[in-house]
Design a protein around this ligand. Structure first.
Ligand code: ZN
Length: 428
């Protein structure tokens, strides 16, 4: 007995056409896609004309477990993912303890099997404890199932250590995923360095702290043959560096967050840095940087959208701007925000946006996901493009309430998410 999805429209990601097709799911897989499927022996769900998309992939999520369960757990983070239409998330290793050993990678897989509402693919740390001093057992991490290595949260400051990590990763065919931040340039900055930080008298993080590190790592990737994936790109010079690297045929890929595509440091200026829910790293930058990120997304320099979902407790985010932790939640609102702000406004067609959430991350990380054809894993989400809804704290499944988009009204919400044939979210 299977499940038939009736009365939906399947978005063709090549042409952008919406096709009236039914889908039969049996077990974990898609068994049939056709104009009409005999549902006599199956359960059915009426999709009310809504749009069927491949389940989204988010290659940059902080699930916070183990160690920071007050902020988020694998259970709550993956429930938030499912509500946001995501069926695969890659989780960052800056937990406590840091995911720097095969045992801890196995812990993430086991916990996800018990409590998860989506597929979770862990990254392993580059250096032990993310301390930047000693490399982890990268081969052991790979054998335990990591999909890449990263010290996300901090940059690897030592160039020789990073070179060694890239050599090892290249031999193992593992992506090296970089949080690009030169600490000597970033110092104790808490927002973008520029006219706003000067006016507010707050220490700034220059765009150069990001771009200089990206430049170093592109050269190291060329030297070692590693696949370099640049996290949460935010700065115009950084986008140009990646564009140039790609034009030279280097294995360099990158991601951008919804907040770097939609916001500028004006949000901090207008509120005199009174609200740490606007504090994130890399910081929200200038309109020039925002437009460079948008252009990079449109021309393919930027491969994918990633949320950098980073929940914190309300107590932590109520601290003064300078001492509160960096980070926004993003899983549940990423697609509606970008559908509303980029597709509805005509910046890019819907199917191009959907690719940034599906086939593109799947291709970059060599995952057999992002396609809804017979025989593939039944990972999908059904989106109601029309109903407007305001982002409020109440309906969020994540423990975090830290988003600068609170109160915003957007459309494009998932109403049904299926992961490996299992319904993981169903809403209005
Ligand atoms: Zn990061």
């Amino acid at each position: 007995m299977g499940l038939v999805l009736k009365n939906g429209r399947l978005l063709n990601l090549e042409t952008g056409e919406r096709e009236a097709l039914e889908i039969l799911i049996v077990g974990e897989s898609i068994a049939e896609v056709a104009e009409q499927i005999d549902a006599a022996d199956h359960e059915t769900i009426d999709l009310n004309g809504n749009l069927i998309l491949p389940g989204f992939l988010d290659m940059h999520v902080h699930l916070r477990q183990p160690g920071f369960e007050a902020k988020e757990t694998i259970e709550t983070g993956t429930a938030a993912a499912a509500r946001g239409g995501f069926t695969t998330v890659a989780c960052m290793p800056n937990t406590r303890p840091v995911l720097d050993s095969p045992e801890l990678i196995r812990y993430v897989y086991e916990k996800t099997a018990q409590e998860g509402s989506c597929t979770v693919l862990p990254y392993g740390a580059i250096t032990k404890g993310e301390l930047g001093e000693e490399l982890t057992d990268i081969a052991g991490l790979k054998a335990a199932g990591v999909i890449g290595i990263t010290d996300d949260g901090v940059g690897v400051q030592s160039s020789s250590l990073m070179r060694e990590a890239m050599r090892t990763a290249a031999a193992l065919d593992l992506p090296v995923v970089i949080h690009s931040e030169d600490e000597d340039l970033a110092k104790d900055g808490c927002m973008n360095e520029g006219v706003v930080s000067k006016r507010l008298g707050l220490p700034g993080i220059p765009g150069l702290a990001e771009s200089a590190m990206i430049a170093r790592d592109i050269l190291l990737a060329e030297d070692t043959g590693a696949h370099l994936h640049v996290c949460h790109i935010s700065d115009a010079a950084s986008v140009e560096l990646v564009r140039h690297a790609k034009s030279r045929g280097l294995k360099v890929t990158t991601e951008v967050t919804p907040h770097h595509l939609l916001l500028t440091e004006a949000i901090i200026d207008q509120t005199d840095a009174s609200d740490a829910n606007m504090k994130v790293n890399p910081p929200i930058r200038t309109e020039k940087d925002r437009l460079a990120c948008l252009q990079g997304l449109l021309d393919g320099t930027i491969d994918m959208v990633a949320t950098d979902h980073a929940p914190h407790t309300e107590e932590e985010k109520q601290r003064p701007f300078q001492t509160a932790p960096f980070g926004f939640v993003g899983l549940e609102i990423a697609f509606p925000l970008l559908y509303t702000e980029l597709v509805q406004t005509g910046h890019l067609p819907l199917h191009e946006l959907v690719k940034k959430f599906t086939v593109n991350p799947a291709q970059v990380f060599k995952l057999d996901r992002g396609s809804l054809t017979v025989g593939k894993v039944a990972d999908l989400t059904v989106v109601d493009l029309d109903t407007e809804r305001t982002i409020t704290g109440e309906e969020l499944k994540t423990k975090g309430r830290n988003t600068p988009f609170m109160g915003k009204t957007v459309q494009g919400w998932s109403v049904l998410t299926i992961n490996q044939g299992r319904i993981t979210y169903q809403g209005k």
